[in-house]
Design a protein around this ligand. Structure first.
Ligand code: S3P
Ligand code: PEP
Length: 432
């Protein structure tokens, strides 16, 4: 990938309506379930990001026909639960932890061997969290000391287990449920804290019997998935950058239409409101079985908070931009219970701490969080370490910095939000 750097300059108030792209989690899952279903599923609002395109390409390598009638649309010609075809080619998940971990579960029950690989960042992310419980189900997956590539051995007989997750992770839960489709008996997953339940909701929508409630999910194997159309809501995690941006830039007012408001995703909304943000939800409705609404955010003076730990899993990808909100707020913000941030696309606690310090912000790292003293943000140079959410977060910081913020290594923004630059500049950012 060619290196891309950005400069974010302070500017004026932000205004307008920003239509953020489709939800990444829902887009990955709609491809996977569509592929394993009997019949043809149409996906609308699909995220045209590198992560989700990588998942589509993997499924195509496994013999699934996926058409693209228009930007943001996919038609998946399902091959049925046992219709995937093995390949000796490597299956490249790119930068996507979600893609690799869910596919590991899905492939564990196939008759053929597969090899899942990823980019430099994904190749450093822990995979035992999925391969260990999958092994308990009878799967055989080889790792490189717990890291990718993953070699998934086919032809294993899987059996259901009851598994309590050691860390709250929707990816691990989903991997086990997808393997459970191929297992004898019952697969049950119990979570220490409830996580996003898209896999459960979508399995039900595709006609698979599943029993789930916040914090637990249970299914039996060997039913069938029936094709269904999926309307993907706009991604709350992408909306998050604009929620913080409009909150911290005086005079701003932004509307974000049709954003997914699954309660397991909206932790940042609660955190920002605790900090004094002015965010309203309008036109709350249901779309494709998911709550969606238009978000209206206006500038408001923010103050620091002790973040309630219960919110952590509900805002797991929003911490980089929460740290920026905290840096721009009055007083101290304390985050704990978020050690998972250290095993994302980068170590997000360390990367944010280095970047904020470079901009003159007082931030102290803890193993599972940080303490941030809000106040003035200066100009300077930071490195996003190829982490899309870090790059976009510092673009937001640049709006209120006293000088220019240079952000290195931003190409990976295309994994989750390819048109970020255009949409950001369209509402008043000065990002180039
Ligand atoms: O299941 C999913 O779609 C996701 C789950 C979360 O990861 P973990 O399961 O590792 O917390 C999140 O960080 C990721 O962006 C998407
Ligand atoms: C952690 C993320 O994604 P993934 O785990 O799929 O790479 C993210 O998008 O912030």
């Amino acid at each position: 990938m060619t290196r891309l750097d950005w400069t974010s300059q302070p500017g004026g108030a932000l205004h307008g309506s920003v239509r953020v792209p489709g939800d990444k989690s829902v887009s990955h899952r709609s491809l996977m379930l569509g592929a394993l279903a009997d019949g043809t599923s149409r996906i609308r609002g699909f995220l045209e990001g590198e992560d989700t395109r990588a998942t589509a390409a993997v499924l195509q390598q496994l013999g699934v026909r996926i058409d693209t009638p228009a930007d943001g649309e996919r038609v998946v010609h399902g091959v049925g639960l046992h219709g995937l075809r093995g390949t000796t080619q490597q299956l490249d998940c790119g930068n996507a932890g979600t893609g690799m971990r869910l596919l590991a579960g899905l492939l564990a029950g196939q008759a053929f061997d597969s090899m899942l690989v990823g980019d430099e960042s994904l190749s450093k992310r822990p995979m035992r969290r999925v391969t260990d419980p999958l092994a308990l189900m009878g799967a055989r997956i080889d790792t490189q000391d717990g890291l990718p590539p993953l070699v998934v051995r086919g032809g294993q007989v899987l059996h259901g287990i009851s598994y309590t997750l050691p860390v709250a992770s929707a990816q691990v839960k989903s991997a086990l449920l997808l393997a459970g489709l191929y297992a004898d008996g019952e697969t049950e997953v119990i979570e220490p804290h409830p996580t996003r339940d898209y896999t459960e909701r979508m399995l039900a929508a595709f006609g698979w019997p599943i029993d789930f409630a916040p914090g637990r999910a249970k299914l039996t194997g060997r039913h069938a998935l029936h094709a269904t159309d999926v309307d993907v809501p706009a991604d709350f995690s992408s909306a998050a950058f604009f929620l913080v941006a409009a909150s911290i830039v005086p005079g701003s007012e932004l509307r974000l239409p049709a954003v997914g408001l699954n309660p397991r995703r909206t932790g940042l909304l609660h955190a920002l409101r605790l900090m004094g943000a002015d965010i309203r939800i309008e036109n709350e409705r249901e779309s494709g079985g998911e709550p969606v609404g238009d978000l209206l955010v206006r500038h408001a003076p923010l103050h620091g908070i002790e973040l309630p730990e219960a919110l952590v899993p509900d805002m797991i990808d929003e911490f980089p931009v929460l740290f920026v909100a905290a840096a721009a707020a009055k007083g101290r913000t304390v985050v704990r219970g978020a050690a998972e941030l250290r095993v994302k696309e980068s170590d997000r606690i360390a990367t944010m701490a280095r970047g904020l310090r470079a901009l003159g912000v007082a931030i102290e790292e803890a193993p599972d969080g940080a303490t941030i003293d809000g106040g003035a943000i200066g100009g300077g140079s930071i490195d996003s370490h190829g982490d899309h959410r870090i790059a976009m977060s510092f673009a937001v910081a640049g709006l209120v910095a006293s000088g220019m913020v240079h952000i290195g290594d931003c190409a990976n923004v295309a994994t989750s939000f390819p048109r970020f630059l255009e949409l950001a500049n369209g509402c008043g950012f000065r990002l180039a």
